[in-house]
Write a protein that binds this ligand. Structure first.
Ligand SMILES: [Zn+2]
Ligand SMILES: [Zn+2]
Length: 188
């Protein structure tokens, strides 16, 4: 997207951007589409289509299908970004949001925003022959502190269960093995 187009987009409200897009595409301007837009513009973070459907006001009956269609429309007119997390599409508003990156926990699939201009600086220097860059988005995958603790608990439990099934001789040898591993650190 060109810089001036971006400025022009920002001068318009999300409703105006959607209206203009639907007029150009000769689409029906249904109240459902504006209601979905309103929910998306007021939501925080990154949500699935089903989560967005749940956020719809109770007196407003929209089908799952029209939520999907409208989200697709919002992506097309640049009001919404999508993220693919373990096969699930998450939506995030793009309007009035500054450029950012994400880090994601492989354990619980939680996603965090990451604001770091160094990433853009590096990306702008990366050569992409015969290719014009539009934007750069980075995902860092890992394990959050809660999932790290969960993993440690599971490992401990596994070890305990393994020990419970061990014979006396096996336990003795496991201990010797531990001692040997420690000794290896000292006698490098
Ligand atoms: Zn996690
Ligand atoms: Zn984000």
């Amino acid at each position: 997207m060109k810089k001036d187009t971006n400025k022009e987009q920002m001068a318009l409200t999300p409703e105006e951007i959607l209206t203009r897009f639907m007029t150009e595409q000769q689409m029906r301007k249904t109240p459902e589409r504006y209601a979905i837009l309103n929910v998306v513009m007021n939501m925080d973070g990154h949500n699935s289509a089903d989560q967005i459907l749940e956020m719809m006001p109770d007196d407003f009956h929209v089908s799952r299908g029209s939520v999907y269609n409208t989200l697709h429309l919002l992506v097309e007119c640049g009001l919404v970004f999508t993220h693919q997390i373990q096969g699930v599409t998450l939506y995030e508003k793009a309007y009035g949001i500054s450029q950012h990156h994400h880090y994601i926990c492989n354990g619980c699939n939680k996603i965090w925003d990451l604001y770091d201009t160094q990433i853009e600086q590096v990306a702008s220097k990366v050569r992409t022959p015969r290719f014009k860059k539009i934007r750069c988005t980075t995902y860092i995958y890992g394990l959050c502190n809660l999932c790290q603790a969960k993993l440690a608990r599971m490992k401990k439990k596994q070890e305990k269960e393994m020990k419970a099934n061990m014979t006396r001789e096996e336990i003795r040898f496991a201990r010797i093995d531990e001692e040997l591993a420690k000794a290896a650190e000292w006698f490098k």
